[in-house]
Design a protein around this ligand. Structure first.
Ligand SMILES: CC(C)(COP(=O)(O)OP(=O)(O)OC[C@H]1O[C@@H](n2cnc3c(N)ncnc32)[C@H](O)[C@@H]1OP(=O)(O)O)[C@@H](O)C(=O)NCCC(=O)NCCS
Length: 114
């Protein structure tokens, strides 16, 4: 059974293991101070969903869709009218899940580094 609960300061160690796997997935490296800042913002509970990452050994069991459902409930309860997110166009696994739950708006995201 999947239980979803708010992130707490005491989850730092387990969260850190998932975060390291997430950075590896995106072939990314971050200054440890950035990681601490992200965790502090997530624990504060007033930020937006940073990203979705499910431990590889439990994928395909409905955790990803349960997390999205929880975000939907929290956003509805907060009076929001819409939940939206970005993904990489080539992330077929994630997009299969998203296509089953939400609408692909067709927008493509561009940015400039400053
Ligand atoms: C994308 C990701 C978050 C999905 O998480 P997940 O927990 O595997 O998602 P779900 O289990 O809810 O859904 C995925 C698949 O499992 C299926 N599934 C759902 N419940 C199931 C169950 N009880 N038993 C078997 N399969 C199930 C879903 O139908 C879906 O199947 P499909 O791919 O054939 O359509 C996960 O693959 C991941 O962390 N990937 C790496 C990081 C990443 O890409 N993140 C997204 C960035 S935008």
């Amino acid at each position: 059974m999947t239980t979803i609960s708010p992130l707490r300061a005491s989850d730092r160690s387990e969260w850190g293991e998932l975060w390291e796997q997430y950075l590896t997935f995106y072939e990314s490296e971050l200054d440890p101070a950035v990681t601490e800042d992200v965790f502090a913002r997530l624990v504060a509970g007033d930020g937006y969903l940073e990203d979705l990452f499910v431990a590889p050994d439990v994928r395909g069991g409905g955790v990803g869709s349960a997390l999205i459902a929880q975000v939907r409930t929290a956003a509805t309860d907060a009076g929001a009218h819409k939940v939206y997110w970005l993904t990489q166009s080539g992330n077929a696994t994630a997009r299969r899940l998203y296509d089953s739950l939400a609408t692909d708006t067709g927008f493509v995201h561009y940015q400039m580094e400053l």
